[in-house]
Ligand binder design. Structure first.
Ligand SMILES: [Zn+2]
Length: 323
């Protein structure tokens, strides 16, 4: 079975290294999110470099430029999306800054459900491409910034990931904003990054998947949280929602602001992927999660999914939605 990693970020200069990593780890295709715009790499040049090294083994999701925040930005983002899809983009990526940092020309925070963005969501639906949306962050990032915070070590490395200070919307408020977008755009497919960014609360993610047929979630960078629940509960969730889940890892290469992987550390990357396979495929107890220890100094219980569910998670769902 050739797996698809539906959530990675890598620079065009790392495409050759990525090809080797894919060969080594049984991956058929990577979904590369937003890196060209984030790093200000000219789009056509970046896409050509990806194609030369990877051909059809990578698909790219473009992200809007929120530096354009004057009236009409949603319409212009929609036009730009259409142009980039013509040039080969296969989806839209929205970073967590929407709702937390992006501001309009008046200096006001742009909420996730800002009606000015409706043309963008509608355009994605019209073009038949999915929106991979990251909204909010781990609950702990919204808590107090001191040693009592269970992600204290990570927040010390990335102080800008802390949203517990005044001026930031609450975690739940952000997810409610996203729900309003899901309800307003039933014809657009949204994939909630990081298990919809509420892996701490499987009941919430379950209810979102129940209420919004256009909502999907990926597993990226959250095995540590997902695996904290009793294994039987998680397994039941994955079986119930087997058509709505996409495997993603959040592998990062060539984006140093983000805690990237070292391309020469092939053994480390092999181990990173193997920890995912062990989590989904075996019944092992108290194993390390792929983000251990920085994403939490605790162990997880693997969930031993049936083969037909694994095939959907690893490959078929992404193929249906993205490829
Ligand atoms: Zn990511």
């Amino acid at each position: 079975m050739g797996k698809i990693d539906a959530h990675v970020h890598f620079h065009p200069a790392k495409a050759g290294a990525i090809a080797r990593i894919m060969d080594e780890n049984g991956l058929d295709c990577m979904v590369n999110l937003g890196i060209l715009e984030v790093l200000d790499i000219p789009f056509e040049e970046g896409m050509a470099a990806f194609r030369r090294a990877l051909g059809e083994r990578m698909v790219y999701f473009t992200t809007p430029d929120f530096r354009d925040n004057t009236p009409g930005f949603g319409e212009r983002m929609a036009e730009e999306l259409e142009r980039k899809v013509e040039l080969g983009a296969r989806g839209l990526k929205i970073f967590k800054d929407l709702g937390l940092r992006y501001r309009d020309a008046e200096g006001r925070l742009i909420p996730v459900d800002d009606p000015r963005l409706d043309p963008l969501w509608a355009k994605a639906g019209e073009l038949g491409i999915p929106v991979l949306i990251h909204t909010a962050d781990p609950l702990a990032f919204f808590g107090p910034l001191d040693e009592s915070n269970e992600r204290w070590e990570e927040l010390q490395l990335h102080p800008d990931w802390h949203f517990g200070a005044p001026g930031f919307p609450a975690h739940d408020e952000l997810l409610e904003q996203r729900e309003r977008v899901l309800a307003r755009h039933p014809g657009t497919i949204f994939i909630g990054a990081h298990l919809g960014e509420y892996p701490e609360n499987l009941a919430y993610v379950d209810s979102c998947l129940e209420r919004f047929p256009n909502f999907y979630v990926d597993t990226s960078a959250r095995i540590g949280e997902i695996g904290r629940h009793p294994a039987e509960e998680v397994r039941a969730f994955f079986i119930k929602h087997q058509d709505r889940l996409l495997f993603g890892s959040d592998l990062v290469m060539g984006w140093s602001a983000f805690g990237e992987q070292d391309e020469d550390d092939l053994a480390g990357i092999r181990r990173f992927y193997d920890l995912h396979w062990r989590f989904f495929e075996t019944d092992e107890r108290q194993i390390e999660h792929p983000g251990y220890p920085i994403q939490g100094r605790w162990k997880v219980d693997a969930i031993g999914l049936p083969p037909e569910v694994l095939e959907k998670l690893y490959e078929q769902n992404a193929r249906r939605l993205i490829l």
